[in-house]
Every structure is written in C-alpha cells, then in structure tokens.
Design a protein around this ligand. Structure first.
Ligand code: SF4
Ligand code: SF4
Length: 348
C-alpha cells in the first residue's frame, strides 16, 4: 500500500467518509454457486433478499452510480453483484468514468462473459475473477462459468484470480499446489488472491473449514507464496486468517467499506458479506490484509489499528454533525446510520 494512499484514506476517515465503496450493481447472476453469501436469505438483514430487490439498468444505473460516488467520495469502488457483467454495457461506461476521476475500481466477476478489451490497459482497474478450486470442483459449483469459458473470456486480458478455499478444496491433497500452478502459468493472470470460506453464525455449511484445515491451508499458502510471486498476499495477512477480527466493531475492513445493494437504498451490513457472518471464522482476504496493517506498531504500544479506531470515532462525530446540517444537495440518496431505509459482494 502506498503512503499517499494511506494518508488520503486517513483523511477520508477523519472526515467521516468510508474510503471504500462496494456496490451490488445488479441483483442478477446466471450462476447458482453453493455457499454464495449474496443470495443467502439473511444477506440483507432477513427481510428482502437480493433477488427480490428492484435494480436498475441503462442510463439510470450509470447515473445512480456516479451520483453515489459523488456523494460518498470513495477512493476505491468495488462493483459486485450478482455478477456485474450482467450489466456489462453499463459497467463498460462506469469503469472509465470512475478511473478518470482517480478512483481505483475493482470489478468482481465469474467471467461468464467476455471481458471488455479496453480493460486490459485501463489504469486503476482490477478485474477479479472468482475461481473456486480445480477444474472438476469449480465446474460443478460454478457452471456456466466453467474453466473453459473463463479461459476463453479472459483471453488477452489482465486479471486477478480470487479463490475462496472451501472444505472440499482443503480436503483434497495437492489441490492448492495444482491450482497455483495452473493459474499462475496463464499470461493473463497478474496475481492470485485467496480467501477462506466465511460461514454465517450457526450455519451448517459443507464449505466450512475446521480449525485444523484452516491452519494447514495457511501453512500451505505461506509455503507457496515463497515460490510463486503471483500470490499477492503478505505473510502477516495470511497469518491473520488464524486470528481474525473478533467482531465487526474490531474489523477495519468493515469500518472502511460501505456496501450498498442493488436498489441503491439498502445497506449491506456489517460488512460486504451481509447477514450475521461468523467473524471468528472470517476468511475475507480484505479483512485480513487490513487487520495486518492494523497490527503494525507505529510507536511503542501504539498500533496503526489503535490510531484507526480513534480516527474512525472522530470521523463518525464529524459525519453526525454533517447529517444534522441542512443538505446542500437535496434529492441525493442518503446512506449511513439513521438515514437509509433499514433492510440491508459478485460475492468473491
Ligand atoms: S469482514 Fe470478516 S471480520 Fe470483518 S465483519 Fe465481516 S466477517 Fe467479521
Ligand atoms: S458466488 Fe458470485 S457468481 Fe456465484 S452465485 Fe454468487 S454472485 Fe453469482
């Protein structure tokens, strides 16, 4: 992470803004992946589900995204879903518009359809393709976005592969090595990221890893990253998979990322996963990366995380003052505690 980016993020936090914004840009996805958090019944808090929300398309969708970004002033925008490529025409307009404003954009997709050619050379854009396991397992879970289709659709592109490690993958001997070997060998793949499956509290999910499996996966990834530079994960972040933030309140990722669902009204809380994620078994790469940054000792016992939480509290005071003042821009969608209608990411 660059110093300038950290300082700009800190400035946003002190002003009461979240430096990162994640938008579930559509309620639709052609896949039906088992374990997908976006379509869990409680993803949006237990009332409406993502598939039941009204969403937007065409000029109206582009307008709403740009308006929201204008209001929230993020440094980083993730377009998730559903699958953002369901709205590929709109996303192909939104990406350059955001990037030209100096905003880092991330499009998270299954690559069920071809990526825009221009994206291979668009600065400040990361296209994250979710690939969960080796061909046989992935194709069973994520058809129609099969290995063959992904390989066809990313040709000539520039992508980051993101794999969510499930119990099924953890149980299969040699699967991580084979996965890394296959995808790191593709010229389109710039880097590899790994998350671990994060269950909802009390859920009985076949994807859920036990403590010993988590430990072995982390050890294996530490070993693999020392041999394969495309695995873009710091050892300190990987080790945090074994001691995740204890709650959303302790999670820097949850506090620095605002997620809004496809109706542009419903917030996704407490983090991008929605519902009631089990923080004790969190496997989110972003949460672990920021937890590792937070553990950094700035001076003596003072950690970057301690400074962050203080700054965040200060920023919330600033934000509450701002909300009490008459809005200079009536008509904009208000998102934030107490302002958005209650109810409630492509999931990685
Ligand atoms: S990202 Fe993980 S640790 Fe943070 S709130 Fe969500 S589940 Fe909890
Ligand atoms: S995990 Fe992603 S691709 Fe799969 S159903 Fe959920 S949103 Fe769609």
């Amino acid at each position: 992470m660059q110093v300038g980016h950290v300082l700009r993020s800190w400035g946003r936090i002190l002003q009461g803004y979240a430096p990162a914004l994640s938008i579930e840009i559509t309620r639709e996805c052609p896949l039906r992946c088992p374990g997908c958090y976006a379509y869990e019944p409680n993803h949006l808090g237990g009332g409406t589900t993502l598939r039941e929300l009204s969403d937007y398309r065409g000029d109206e969708l582009v307008r709403r995204v740009m308006e929201l970004v204008e209001q929230e002033k993020p440094l980083h925008v993730s377009l998730v879903g559903g699958d953002p490529l369901v709205r590929y025409r709109e996303v192909e307009r939104i990406v350059p518009a955001l990037a030209s404003r100096g905003i880092h954009v991330q499009v998270v997709t299954s690559a069920f359809r071809k990526l825009a050619e221009a994206w291979a050379s668009t600065e400040r854009l990361t296209v994250v393709v979710s690939i969960d396991g080796l061909r046989e397992e992935h194709d069973r879970r994520r058809a129609p976005a099969t290995y063959d289709r992904i390989l066809e659709n990313i040709r000539g592109g520039r992508i980051t592969v993101h794999c969510t490690v499930t119990r099924q993958m953890a149980e299969r001997e040699g699967s991580l090595e084979q996965f890394v070997e296959f995808w790191s060998g593709r010229s389109e793949v710039q880097r590899l990221w790994f998350s671990l499956f994060t269950p909802q509290r009390g859920a009985i999910a076949p994807e859920r890893l036990d403590a010993e499996q988590r430990r072995r996966v982390v050890e294996k990834l530490l070993e693999l990253r020392s041999k394969q530079p495309k695995i873009d994960m710091a050892p300190s972040a990987l080790r945090h998979f074994l001691k995740p933030p204890s709650s959303p309140d302790a999670c820097i990722f949850a506090k620095t990322t605002r997620t809004i669902s496809a109706d542009f009204r419903t917030p996704v809380t407490p983090c991008q996963l929605g519902g009631e994620p089990d923080c004790a078994e969190c496997g989110c790469i972003a949460a672990m990366g920021l937890a590792a940054v937070g553990a950094y000792r700035v001076a003596g016992p003072v950690t970057a995380g301690g400074l962050f939480h203080l700054s965040h509290r200060f920023g919330q005071l600033v934000a509450s003052t701002r909300r009490r003042e008459p809005s200079a821009a009536p008509g904009l969608v208000q998102i934030g505690p107490g302002t958005a209608p209650a109810a409630e990411t492509e999931a990685l």
